[in-house]
Design a protein around this ligand. Structure first.
Ligand SMILES: Nc1ncnc2c1ncn2[C@@H]1O[C@H](COP(=O)(O)OP(=O)(O)OP(=O)(O)O)[C@@H](O)[C@H]1O
Ligand SMILES: [Mg+2]
Length: 623
């Protein structure tokens, strides 16, 4: 458990290569850069890795027939390959005999037919297995993304988007390679090696013993190198994820970088992470090269041995030419396949290292998501809100209390403003109310029911709508953005919500793309789209967090006017620094350091705009 969290205590520290002292910084690295590999993902021990691979079982199971078919074809085509040297040896002896039954041409023509069949089998096998691999990878991507989106917001507070993206793309590709390529070539190599060994045994047991004797040392070397490869590749993958994170963070803040001419620094930070990945990749390729060299040398050595000893046996008349040539071919096949198996083994370990992280994604807290789903729904939400002695700090900053025993209550249909200095916890109250975070102690209640008993999705769909302080637009057009929380809204409802929220700017964008995060809109326009979203949904509780901060006075007046009618029967929690908006409310609650320091009715009832509000101390102070 806790794979994503802190490193398990029994975990040995990452070993460092001898020439690279711990936490050494590359020369390009700016001094304030954290070491890229220490990402949010921590290493899992090998025991956990096995459990992680087991999670692939349900993804692979639907592909079982394809995989079985592919492996069957693989078996038949390997058998044909294995029979070839033996058949060729028999033919050679036959052609060399006193009264040959066939000419070499006729024999070759016969074999050509066999090889054509084999080619067809290979094509079928290859396609079946590759397709199975693609499908497994596709379903893995989808599932990992689903798990990711189900996580609490706290999970994303300390993780970087680019890194998560990399997990979804690069690491999944590694798993795909395992299924589509490595398992296949490993199985083929193993089948071929066994077949060759059997044939060699039947041709000459003594020569076989000689040929195989050289392999055990090579296997030992390959194993030793393999362990290193796996650990290093996990680090390569971490470093790549870190560079993905670096790139996305710069791209997301590109406007700011350009304004402050900080692109160069961004490039340097990115190159530093790329260099870190490169350094680890170098170590991986060194270990892989060692394995390959060991196996290749073993093959040649065993060929030489067979040639010397077998050649003597032919001279002595103990072995035929055909058998010796078949034997030599088997030795070559064996060596070639041993090389393949060794490379595959190295690649497999590499992929295992690479996929460890995405497997962690798959394993993420499915349990927590399930318990959340088991929570109840409010049959009818009237809109009463209460915070009772709520203490809260953000999980990413456990030692900074944000709300301290905060208590406040808002009756159904009441209109209340929350004011206070920047950073006093106003938006945090909105986040708790909408169930994005859970209170550490105390309770948040809707109609007297604690949020811990209400399903979060139900809460946000049916009870609370929020205009966040920095509203972001998502993919698509203005229309799609307004319909975000109400996919079944009719066109006339959409138009009406847009009209009420004064989204009458840029009619051309109604059906056209608004750019990533809505960059083609102004700040005030984005706020109005967010407001339209909320007006479209008929939730009894509405939270507006600085909904008018980017608007001009005229537009703000108009919106306040429109909201007076639109929100008439709903509970309103208005977070604001501005006076005109205060006309919407009949009570003002002031927070300081996460506590209520003032809670008073402002003169005038809802709907009647008391001109004096602007002159109250609250109004002046927060204008
Ligand atoms: N996601 C977060 N992770 C960690 N700390 C956070 C997070 N969001 C806010 N904080 C911290 O919590 C405190 C309260 O933040 P909050 O956003 O609630 O303030 P606010 O009253 O809305 O301020 P403003 O008027 O500037 O919007 C701040 O000190 C802030 O640094
Ligand atoms: Mg705020």
């Amino acid at each position: 458990g806790g794979v994503f969290g802190a490193e398990p205590p029994h975990q040995p520290p990452h070993e460092q290569p001898p020439h690279q002292p711990p936490h050494q910084q590359s020369p390009h690295q700016p001094p304030h850069q954290q070491p890229p590999a220490s990402s949010a993902f921590e290493s899992a021990s090998s025991g956990e890795t096995h459990a992680q691979w087991l999670q692939l079982a349900p993804l692979i199971w639907p592909e079982r027939w394809r995989l079985a078919g592919g492996l069957a074809l693989l078996g038949v085509s390997s058998a044909i390959s294995i029979s070839f040297p033996r058949v060729a040896g028999v033919m050679l002896d036959e052609c060399l005999s006193a009264s040959p039954m066939w000419t070499p041409h006729a024999a070759a023509a016969g074999l050509l037919g066999l090889f054509t069949l084999q080619a067809a089998l290979v094509a079928g096998r290859s396609q079946l297995l590759a397709f199975a691999g693609e499908r497994v990878a596709a379903s893995m991507r989808a599932r990992a993304f689903e798990r990711l989106l189900a996580q609490d917001l706290a999970f994303f507070d300390s993780r970087r988007t680019g890194e998560l993206l990399n997990r979804l793309s690069a690491d999944t590709a590694a798993v795909q390679k395992v299924v589509a390529t490595h398992i296949v070539s490993g199985a083929r190599g193993a089948i071929m090696m066994m077949g060759c060994a059997l044939m060699m045994l039947s041709l000459s047991p003594s020569l076989c013993a000689l040929a195989v004797a050289v392999f055990p040392p090579a296997v030992l070397i390959a194993r030793a190198a393999g362990g290193r490869i796996k650990a290093r590749q996990a680090e390569v993958q971490d470093a790549l994820a870190a560079s993905g994170a670096e790139a996305s963070r710069s791209l997301l803040a590109l406007r700011t970088l350009r304004l402050f001419s900080a692109e160069n620094e961004a490039v340097q930070r990115y190159s530093a992470t790329v260099d870190a990945a490169l350094a680890q990749a170098k170590l991986v390729s060194r270990a892989a090269a060692l394995t390959e060299a060991a196996v290749s040398f073993s093959t040649q050595a065993s060929l030489l041995g067979v040639l010397a000893v077998g050649g003597q046996q032919v001279l002595d008349g103990a072995l035929s030419y055909g058998d010796l040539s078949a034997f030599l071919m088997y030795t070559l096949f064996l060596g070639f396949n041993a090389g393949n198996v060794a490379t595959t083994y190295a690649e497999l370990l590499r992929a295992a290292g690479a996929s460890a992280r995405v497997l962690e994604l798959l394993q993420l807290d499915a349990l927590a998501a399930d318990t959340k789903r088991k929570r109840g729904a409010l049959t009818s939400c009237r809109g009463g809100v209460e915070l009772r002695g709520v203490c809260f700090n953000y999980p990413s900053r456990p030692d900074t209390p944000v709300l301290r025993h905060l208590s406040l209550s808002v009756r159904a249909g009441e209109k209340v403003a929350i004011v206070g200095e920047s950073g006093c916890g106003k938006s945090t109250v909105a986040a708790l109310l909408s169930g994005l975070y859970a209170a550490d102690s105390g309770e948040v209640l809707i109609d007297g029911v604690p949020l811990s008993a209400i399903d979060g999705e139900h809460l946000r769909r049916n009870c609370v709508s929020v205009v966040p302080q920095e509203p972001a637009l998502v993919w698509g057009s203005l229309r799609e953005n307004i319909a975000l929380g109400a996919p079944h809204a009719t066109e006339s409802q959409l138009v009406e919500a847009a009209r009420r929220a004064r989204c009458d700017f840029a009619p051309s964008l109604w059906a056209a793309d608004v750019g990533e995060l809505g960059v083609q809109l102004s700040g005030g326009q984005r706020q109005r789209v967010a407001l339209a979203r909320v007006l479209l949904r008929e939730t009894p509780i509405v939270v507006l967090d600085e909904f008018s901060s980017a608007l001009d006075a005229v537009a703000e007046e108009a919106l306040v006017e429109a909201l007076t009618h639109a929100l008439a029967s709903r509970t309103l929690i208005l977070i604001t620094h501005r006076t005109p908006a205060l006309r919407l409310v009949d009570r003002v609650i002031e927070l300081r350091d996460g506590m209520v320091v003032r809670d008073e009715c402002v003169r005038g009832s809802y709907g009647v705009a008391p001109a004096s509000v602007g002159k109250t101390p609250v109004g002046r102070k927060y204008e």
